[in-house]
Design a protein around this ligand. Structure first.
Ligand code: HMG
Ligand code: MG
Length: 299
């Protein structure tokens, strides 16, 4: 059955902004977004990535972003760390949580982090060890869980294998990424069932992109199975440089409207979230990808 409460993990400052074309977005806009999101009641905000700025120029100011936000008590500010170097930067910046990211597809792993799946898992071990020493929790992502832009269909067992490897090395939560948004509800359920045979449901999160307009339907399907952590991005911000045509994460406003309708608690204020979506779209001169945002208007 449906969970009573859902924890929303806000992706827009990281997944939403990492591929924004054009000049690097000003640090003050990024920190302004993060502070507004915290004001909306979001309690877990993925705020930046400590990755190579050659690979992802928009995240090059991760340390400045972390230094510039107004930390709110009870909010978990997390960042991506692909290797030990990234972890060290993140730790120095005082983050509350880090995340390592692997893929269920070999080709996507190569394009995204320039190594095989097995090599990536090995590279995460020193991150896990250092994080353990500093008592910083680590989240793990599995990308391309319902399809890969290079390999097409992905076997749910392959997703389960990678998810289990991340869980076994100490990731407290495994976020299952439909990176290119090709999944449909039955596929989402089957994929989730395969993973949940190896990792407890309470430790799984759904990270669905909305490229084919299926993300809310897919979320409804996995909510029914008991998933209680959902990644989303305000205004549907985002895209993927290694996945042609891919759109952003499902819009947080749209997920919240769905959850409110189901009577599932989140602690997030919809009106304030809608205003935040319009604010960031104004700053970026970008279309608002949230249907709920469009319906409830600006200001
Ligand atoms: P590489 O080129 O194989 O590794 O990149 P390298 O060790 O040779 O490093 C290359 C350069 O980057 C060197 O600099 C390093 O010093 C530097 P140079 O000597 O050329 O001047 N470098 C770093 N700089 C800053 N911070 C670091 C760092 N590490 C190395 N941590 C690497 C390997 C992993 C670094 C690279 O491929 C990379 O940074 N990739 C990031 C890709 C990325 O961020 N992708 C988007 C996030 S994943 C995603 O969006 C999916 C998700 O949302 C889930 C879903 O939707 O499915 C999570
Ligand atoms: Mg993503």
């Amino acid at each position: 059955g449906f969970p009573r409460q859902v924890r929303l993990v806000e992706m827009s400052p990281r997944d939403g902004l990492q591929n924004e074309p054009g000049p690097v977005i000003a640090t003050a806009i990024k920190t302004g977004l993060i502070d507004r999101l915290a004001d909306c009641g979001l309690r877990h905000i993925e705020s930046a990535s400590f990755v190579s700025p050659k690979w992802v120029p928009q995240m090059g100011d991760a340390a400045e972003v972390m230094a510039g936000i107004n930390r709110q008590a009870g909010v978990r500010y997390s960042v991506l760390t692909p290797n030990l170097r990234g972890f060290e930067g993140a730790q120095a910046a005082g983050v509350d949580e880090v995340a390592v990211f692997a893929a269920a597809s070999e080709s996507f792993s190569q394009k995204n982090i320039n190594c095989s799946i097995a090599e990536s898992l090995e590279r995460f071990l020193p991150v896990m060890e250092a994080a353990g020493k500093h008592r910083i929790p680590v989240r793990g992502y599995v990308s391309t869980v319902m399809g890969c832009p290079y390999e097409g269909d992905i076997d749910p067992q392959q997703v389960a294998t990678v998810a289990k490897a991340l869980y076994d090395m100490g990731c407290h939560e495994i976020s299952l990424g439909d990176t290119i948004g090709v999944g449909t509800p039955l596929k989402a359920k089957r994929m989730l069932e395969a993973v949940a045979a190896h990792v407890p449901m309470a430790n799984l999160a759904a990270h669905f992109h909305d490229t084919y307009g299926q993300a809310l339907a897919n979320l409804y399907a996995v909510l029914e199975e008991g998933v209680a952590v959902i990644d989303a991005s305000v205004a549907g911000l985002g895209g993927c440089p290694y996945a042609k045509g891919a759109s952003g994460n499902v819009a947080t406003e749209d997920v919240l409207y769905l959850l409110n309708g189901l009577g599932i608690e989140t602690g997030v204020d919809l009106d304030q979230l809608v205003a935040t979506g319009h604010w960031i779209c104004g700053q970026l001169n970008r279309h608002n990808g949230s249907k709920v945002g469009q319906a409830l208007g600006g200001n």
